[in-house]
Design a protein around this ligand. Structure first.
Ligand code: NI
Length: 213
């Protein structure tokens, strides 16, 4: 893991730094969609709330950290939390996955069992299933790491309006990835129903998750 550079702005939903102008514009447009969703007043639970995120999300098939095909549809009946990131991430991803772990840890087992967290890599070049297997075991035991081809990852990220781009630094042997950082909440019917900012306390995140159980 590289630790020589600490990206700033951990609290921002989208890290937009040092990327080519065209990529920045592309990511900014995606960010507008997410920001728009975040700025909506909290709607009532149920169908109305899901309507806020209409057009975002959807099914996918990727490869798990155990090398098995995994589809979002495999988790119908559970609330799925999706976080996009990468295992080489020096700080943002480990902080947010630790937050998620702390939130799930404090939930009663019966509630926790209804939640399926997924970590989708936006760095499939380095995040092989083996690399993800070594990574996810640092966090909540039910966390499943998912990877795929660059094309598969781009398609899934596009579906969720997740922006990401490679950041090369001549002073570093490894590259970093700028990426959207948020928890996407999928209801038991497979619909995206919420987007949770990772700037909460574990208590707050646990409460926000339990609203959907
Ligand atoms: Ni990260």
């Amino acid at each position: 893991m590289t630790t020589t550079k600490a990206p700033s702005g951990n609290d921002r939903i989208v890290e937009l730094r040092w990327i080519p102008v065209l990529a920045a514009v592309f990511v900014a447009l995606l960010a507008v969609a997410i920001t728009f969703a975040l700025l909506q007043p909290a709607p009532p639970a149920g169908a109305d709330r899901a309507a806020t995120f209409e057009g975002l999300g959807g099914d996918f098939v990727l490869t798990s950290h155990e090398g098995e095909p995994v589809s979002l549809a495999d988790f119908r009946g559970k609330v799925v939390l999706i976080y996009f990131g990468y295992s080489f991430c020096p700080d943002v991803c480990p902080i947010h996955l630790s937050l998620l772990t702390a939130a799930l840890d404090q939930m009663p087992a019966r509630a926790r069992d209804q939640v399926q967290p997924l970590f989708i890599s936006i760095d499939p070049e380095r995040d092989t299933p083996e690399a993800l297997a070594g990574y996810v075991r640092h966090f909540t035991p039910s966390l499943i790491g998912l990877t795929g081809s660059s094309e598969e990852i781009a398609a899934v990220a596009g579906t969720y309006a997740v922006g990401y781009s490679r950041e090369d630094d001549p002073d570093m042997s490894e590259y970093l990835m700028a990426h959207t950082s948020a928890f996407f909440v999928i209801d038991p019917e497979g619909r995206m129903v919420d987007l949770l900012r990772p700037d909460m306390t574990p208590d707050q995140l646990a409460s926000a998750i339990r609203e959907h159980l």
